[in-house]
Design a binder for this molecule. Structure first.
Ligand SMILES: [Zn+2]
Length: 267
């Protein structure tokens, strides 16, 4: 979890060097961190930052976006991220996060996207081509996939995890949608999957994530059919093959609660 001690450095950002300049994916948790990231990119090659693609609105992916904006980059995000910004909801969440994470987020300013993706956007930047896909609700209701077909690389934000528990507790999350998003990632047949919290992954990571989501959905459905209460379901699913993975203690019970409510709605 982000903290003052770790400076909020809990997630990945990526830079793609094109013949016209950098395209960055995600913004880290604070403007301080994204400034350091850009400094490192400039050590590789001094070139303008042309576009910043934000995979979703969570603090460790979006809150450092001010740096990119100041450098003249065009910020690209899901249509719903703009909606959440405009409605004031994003600012309300920032305030809650400020209460929770103390001074960590003091210099954060929310940056709305300059370009929004409704379904699909093709972005050609110099010699590199990006297919940006806006997904229906999955990890959040504003997830983007960024695919580079020639390179066989896909940026997945927090949709794919390896040996780590995915978070399905966001107010806009959908476990059913997450399974569909993971299927979409599979269909792209990527060589490399770049996510928000792992080293570079391959398709085995998609299988890992699908496995956990299906495990939850199938078992919770079964227990509900037996008339079990949410507390009994939590108890029954406390120890399982996934208990040894990173973030289990933090995310698992929230996920159970969330999927239980979701299955209620699906019936
Ligand atoms: Zn996230």
């Amino acid at each position: 979890m982000p903290s003052v001690e770790n400076r909020g450095f809990t997630s990945n950002a990526f830079g793609v060097l094109t013949s016209e300049g950098w395209v960055v994916v995600d913004a880290l948790s604070t403007p301080e961190l994204s400034r350091e990231f850009v400094k490192n990119l400039m050590r590789v090659k001094r070139a303008p930052v042309k576009y910043a693609l934000i995979t979703h609105y969570h603090l460790d992916h979006w809150y450092g976006a001010k740096t990119y904006k100041e450098l003249g980059a065009k910020v690209v995000a899901h249509r719903n991220l703009l909606e959440v910004y405009r409605s004031g909801e994003a600012h309300r969440i920032l305030e809650v996060n400020r209460q929770r994470f103390g001074t960590l987020l003091k210099s954060v300013e929310l940056v709305p996207p300059d370009l929004v993706v409704d379904e699909r956007m093709l972005l050609q930047v110099g010699d590199k081509r990006f297919e940006i896909i806006a997904l229906p609700p999955a990890h959040t209701d504003n997830d983007l996939l960024v695919y580079m077909p020639k390179e066989g690389i896909v940026f997945v934000g927090d949709l794919v995890m390896k040996d780590r528990i995915p978070f399905m507790g966001d107010q806009g999350a959908s476990s059913k949608g997450l399974l569909q998003a993971l299927q979409k990632v599979k269909e792209l047949r990527p060589r490399v999957i770049l996510g928000g919290h792992n080293e570079p992954m391959d398709l085995s990571a998609v299988d890992f994530t699908v496995g956990y989501v299906q495990f939850l959905r199938e078992n919770i459905r079964k227990l509900k059919e037996q008339g079990k209460s949410i507390e009994e379901i939590k108890g029954a699913l406390k120890t399982n093959p996934y208990s040894k993975y990173v973030m289990y203690e933090t995310f698992h019970n929230i996920n159970v609660f969330r999927v239980d409510a979701e299955l209620e709605m699906e019936e």
